[in-house]
Design a protein around this ligand. Sequence first.
Ligand SMILES: [Ca+2]
Ligand SMILES: [Ca+2]
Ligand SMILES: [Ca+2]
Length: 222
Amino acid sequence: MGAVICCMSEPSEKKSLEKKLEKKIAEIRRNKFGQTKLKSVDSIVMLFPMFKERLKTLRAMFEEYDEDSNGSIEPHELKTFLEDLQLHLQENEIETIFQYCDIDGSKGIQFNEFIVLLCLLHILTEPVSSNNSPKAELAVAQVGQVFDTIVDIFLFFDKNGDGKLNKKDMIRTMNEAHPRERSPAHITKNRFREMDWDKNGQVTLREFLFGFINWVGIDVDE
Ligand SMILES: [Ca+2]
Ligand SMILES: [Ca+2]
Ligand SMILES: [Ca+2]
């Protein structure tokens, strides 16, 4: 990962970060139009084993930066992480990123929030060629691939293209895909409720990422 594109140095609040992300997602959607490889929810579920594998790698990365092993990344640990990624950010930018990712307000970034962080950095930063080792380059490429795919899945569910998932679309998409599930509506509703963290009837990308681990079913304590 590399230089932060534009505007992260503005007096930035969580809201503006959210806006920036929304804009970027809309851009990705435009560029991808009609090119997604995802045809159905089944084709997404088939990716779960790959996600589980990759998430293990990310879990190891998370543990490395959780220096005091208390299960979450505190602001000073986040700072080290960003520096290692060669992202040289201002204190207030780091603070904003931290606030944005600390969705449950626990003053620490747990692993599910770390997924939000990685995706945020992936979307808002542009890869620059650096003197990273080939191994580090490969790791960055793999992380990028995972998050491109996750964004792809989000866009697949976002039928009307407003950058948010609404309950109706989500439930319809899920039910179409799982005709044999015993109580698809019930399961989907619960899944949606879980993901809609602030309970406003819409799932943003941030909420989608926050709930991603549960959805894919990785056992984080493994
Ligand atoms: Ca920690
Ligand atoms: Ca937290
Ligand atoms: Ca919501």
